[in-house]
Write a protein that binds this ligand. Structure first.
Ligand code: GTP
Length: 237
């Protein structure tokens, strides 16, 4: 598989590092270094990051708040992470642009697909903040949607596990990792790749997903060099 343009989906929670809340600067710097290693190879990179280290929509609902209200708060949380990431990438000398799905023009460009693609063509990393701009969608769905819109070759889902397993490896020691699985198989086996909205978007638009361990040094670069890192989910066998 050749990667000219990718969408990297990062988890907000991963930004906490060893902390209980918020942003760990070491983790942020580590991610910036990983991303630099593929930026220097001229891969076109778009990024979507979650907001779970700051706020989760479901949390609001549990507290009796309206789900929609909570989801918008979550979208704002992704903007904080996006700005932190943008800052970290720029301090490593990368060119970036931040686009937001919710208009906040003093801090980010509005999301404009054609402009995003132009930025990518010029070698800028484009970070898409504020999810899809709609409640009831996750940042995985935002990642899938944006990846399809910009015609990325794949969505790279950076996690803290090294792929998709036959069962939860923390509960079942005999669980084995898939190198490659089709969307249909993953669905039949009820494997949790992404939420169903994101999963279906990828399947129907033939967008491969690669789930990999973003916290392991050098993994991202290896993945883009064609090494079999993580688990590939695609339509073709
Ligand atoms: P080109 O079309 O290649 O020149 O792209 P560009 O991004 O360099 O051009 P532009 O003049 O649109 O943007 C210059 C700077 O302003 C960049 O850092 C953009 O991110 C930023 N920018 C552009 N539009 C907005 C906006 O609506 N809000 C904010 N906050 N920044 C913006």
């Amino acid at each position: 598989m050749e990667f000219k343009r990718v969408l990297l989906k990062l988890s907000g929670e991963a930004l906490m590092g060893d902390k209980q809340f918020g942003i760990d600067n070491n983790r942020l710097a580590q991610y910036a270094k990983e991303i630099k290693s593929i930026y220097d190879k001229r891969v076109e990179i778009a990024i979507v990051i979650g907001g779970g280290n700051i706020f989760r929509g479901v949390q609001a609902e549990e507290g009796g708040m309206d789900r929609t209200q909570g989801d918008y708060m979550g979208m704002l949380a992704t903007m904080i992470n996006s700005m932190a990431l943008q800052g970290a990438l720029e301090s490593e000398g990368m060119q970036t642009r931040l686009q937001s799905a919710i208009e906040m023009k003093e801090i980010a460009e509005p999301f404009i697909k054609r402009k995003a693609v132009r930025h990518l063509e010029k070698g800028r990393i484009v970070i898409f903040g504020a999810g899809t701009g709609n409640p009831y969608f996750t940042t995985d769905s935002a990642g899938a949607l944006r990846a399809i819109e910009i015609e990325a070759d794949a969505i790279l889902k950076g996690t803290r596990v090294d792929g998709i397993y036959t069962a939860d490896p923390e509960k079942d020691p005999s669980a084995t990792k898939y190198d490659h699985i089709t969307f249909d198989e993953a669905y039949e086996k009820n494997l949790n790749v992404m939420d169903m909205t994101a999963f279906t978007l990828c399947k129907e638009n033939d967008l491969p997903i690669i789930v990999f361990d973003m916290n392991k040094e050098g993994n991202l670069a290896k993945l883009l060099q064609g090494e079999k890192i993580g688990t590939l989910v695609s339509n073709s066998k």
